[in-house]
Ligand binder design. Structure first.
Ligand SMILES: [Zn+2]
Length: 440
């Protein structure tokens, strides 16, 4: 027997389905803003006799920042674990460095950071003296070396909606000009996009995606992105094994349940591509390589530090700095950028400073010794470290159950093209070969 709650959902779903037919009428009518996941028990809305719309599958790319695949084994992820079991799953290798922006841009461009130009979360470029790229930078200058998948989709007539994906607020191909007060001129964005706002809760983010899918067919995205940051934040603050990080994992799992229920209530089939950008390794104040104990800090311009350090020797000190730093040390190895091991595919881009030091996973490289004790988590390490492994789950009508071998995250981009029916793009760093056993 169906409960009042289920009947309420069915009535709401029918109402919403009808709201799209005819589309013209729906655009002027108020579309219900009630999340079907929460339901409206006892609702007795008018059920019209229009035929239920049969929806084609959409593609939803979901990033759970900093989610390690082994979080699925901790007993707090009923939804994600079920999706993994029913679909294709893997421990995916992030691109190097295992940082947030480089990897989010790789996932949607199919290029490694050296080629797509977002080589770090913080960068400089000799063509823009005095300027520093940060995660808030939306000047297309920094992003224009690669094209995200949503642009090709838009050109193919597939409407896209990107919520919070790094780079989705950037007018790719455009430029900012000083005389116009840094207004962006030209360029292309997804048809729908939303600037990142950490204050928007996960529940509201899912509601936002579902609202896009409640639109009339002509204005409804068929490729969407969704982004959750709380697992990464907790991982940094408490470390990957802490109960409070697991609470964040459980919270995201609930939001995923809200999404899955909401899609079902809309009658919206979806191919979900659920990924993370990198994993998380435990760090603590007793595991710090102190550069200031190795050389005078005045001899270097330290650009980034932490899980890796990137630096430029001050003029005249090049030989002295190289003599001290280059090579293997306890818990750290340093290279000239051109000598970074080939497996990292990193070091050719002009935005990478001339000397690059990578910490052993779990260690940090800082200028000075820590003043306070701390324990937490971090990422940016060797992308082949098990702690840096990223989540991959493919679930929906296109996927069959499969446990895939580890693959590089550059392969997600060709998969997204396949799911949208876009032709393969030549010249990218990834291929869809790993997914062939998992795609129907
Ligand atoms: Zn991240």
């Amino acid at each position: 027997m169906r409960s009042t709650f289920q009947l309420g959902l069915a009535a709401l779903a029918a109402l919403q389905a009808c709201a799209f037919l005819p589309a013209a009428a729906a655009q002027t009518a108020a579309v219900p803003q009630i999340s079907p996941a929460k339901g409206t028990p006892g609702r007795t809305g008018p059920i019209c006799d229009c035929p239920q719309e049969t929806r084609a599958p959409v593609t939803i790319l979901i990033s759970i920042d900093g989610f390690r695949p082994d979080y699925l084994d901790r007993g707090v992820t009923p939804v994600l674990s079920r999706l993994a079991a029913e679909g294709a799953s893997a421990a995916m290798r992030p691109s190097f460095p295992s940082k947030t922006y480089p990897n989010h841009w790789t996932l949607v461009t199919g290029l490694r950071p050296d080629r797509h130009g977002i080589v770090a979360n913080k960068m400089e470029d000799a063509r823009r003296p005095g300027e520093t790229f940060t995660m808030a930078t939306d000047d297309p200058f920094w992003w224009n070396a690669a094209e995200p998948v949503w642009l090709d989709a838009e050109r193919a007539g597939i409407r896209t909606g990107a919520q919070f994906w790094p780079g989705s607020n950037v007018a790719i191909g455009g430029r900012k000009e000083k005389p116009t007060d840094w207004e962006t001129i030209g360029g292309e964005r997804p048809a729908d996009w939303a600037e990142f706002n950490q204050a928007i809760t996960g529940e509201q983010r899912v509601d936002g995606i579902l609202d896009w899918l409640r639109r009339p067919a002509a204005k409804r995205p068929r490729f969407l992105t969704l982004y959750f940051d709380v697992v990464d934040s907790a991982g940094h603050e408490f470390g990957p094994s802490d109960g409070r990080t697991l609470e964040a994992v459980a919270q995201v799992d609930k939001w995923m349940g809200q999404l899955v229920d909401g899609l079902a209530a809309l009658g919206q089939p979806a191919n979900l591509v659920i990924v993370s950008d990198h994993g998380m390794a435990p760090t603590q104040s007793s595991r710090v390589v102190v550069l200031g104990q190795m050389l005078p800090l005045d001899d270097i311009e330290l650009f980034e530090s932490g899980t890796y350090a990137s630096l430029t020797p001050v003029p005249g000190k090049e030989a002295a700095v190289e003599k001290v730093l280059l090579g293997k040390h306890a818990h750290m190895e340093c290279w000239r950028k051109r000598d970074i091991p080939a497996r990292f595919h990193y070091g050719a881009n002009p935005r990478i400073p001339p000397i690059f030091c990578l910490a052993e996973t779990g260690w940090l490289i800082n200028a000075k010794a820590p003043e306070k004790r701390f324990a937490g988590g971090n990422h940016g390490y060797d992308n082949y470290s098990p702690e840096m492994a990223a989540l991959f789950i493919g679930h929906g009508p296109a996927f069959r159950p499969a446990t895939l071998p580890a693959f590089d995250n550059v392969d997600v981009y060709p998969l997204l093209r396949d799911l949208m029916g876009l032709p393969a793009k030549p010249g990218v760093d990834g291929t869809d070969a790993v997914f062939r056993i998992a795609i129907r």
